[in-house]
Design a protein around this ligand. Structure first.
Ligand SMILES: [Zn+2]
Length: 242
């Protein structure tokens, strides 16, 4: 079982995506040529896959965002409470998958990914579609001073995202942070969709690091440009990725 958002689910847009739940999807998608999954380190490094890849490939290092213009390459991120963010540029044919915990988010992983899409592939923020997946909600995400001080230093509009619970502690709206960062980078408000499901509140649907106390179980989310069809019907005029 997976969760999809309406704005990405329109297959005419040439993109496939899913936000994973604790119930694994049934069977592999035959359209997938290659799955890219990397070691995540709560950093801000963006891996760009800009050439065809056949078969399993190891990408050395730690990466928390993946970008590709290659059809059939499924970009995946693993999360438990952190925010999975999927991005599609329907104009240039580029997709991205981002793993954003508070650390990576405050350090600018979202804006950095958008900047890489622009620099490498010419993406314009205003035409991007951003989908923010299930993650810990402000209902359950209490953070303490070390997190709050980093947030205050890294995000001007931090007040709108926190609700003080006691001195030195507050509930943080992590999805709101990602949304705000995408908007301040130029993504249109109506280009952003957020799945408002809290991983802690829904044990039937999601693993949660905070709730379960283990980082062993995670959900996989992914996005992929659909492989080009050999004999396209009614797709004339569709731009090519090359
Ligand atoms: Zn909750």
């Amino acid at each position: 079982m997976v969760i999809t958002v309406p704005s990405f689910a329109d297959t005419r847009q040439g993109v496939r995506h899913f936000f994973g739940t604790r119930h694994e999807p049934a069977g592999p998608d035959r359209a997938v040529h290659m799955v890219v999954s990397v070691h995540q380190v709560h950093g801000t490094d963006v891996l760009v896959v800009d050439r065809p890849v056949a078969g399993p490939q190891t990408f050395e290092g730690g990466w928390d965002a993946l970008v590709t213009d290659q059809p059939g390459v499924l970009l995946t991120v693993r999360t438990a409470d952190c925010v999975p963010v999927l991005i599609h540029d329907p104009v240039h044919g580029v997709v991205a998958a981002v793993h954003a915990g508070w650390r990576g988010a405050v350090a600018g992983i979202v804006q950095k990914t958008l900047a890489v899409m622009t620099q490498r592939f010419g993406s314009q923020a205003a035409s991007l579609r951003v989908s923010i997946g299930p993650s810990v909600g402000s209902c359950c995400y209490e953070v303490d001073e070390p997190v709050l001080s980093r947030l205050r230093a890294g995000y001007a509009d931090w007040r709108s995202l926190v609700q003080e619970t006691k001195p030195g502690a507050a509930r943080l709206n992590l999805r709101g942070l990602v949304r705000g960062q995408a908007q301040s980078a130029g993504v249109r408000e109506d280009g952003i969709h957020s799945v408002s499901l809290c991983t802690i509140c829904h044990p039937d649907l999601f693993h949660s690091y905070r709730r379960d106390g283990t980082a062993r179980d995670t959900m996989v989310s992914g996005i992929m440009l659909s492989p080009r069809r050999r004999a396209p019907r009614r797709t004339r005029g569709k731009r090519r990725a090359d």
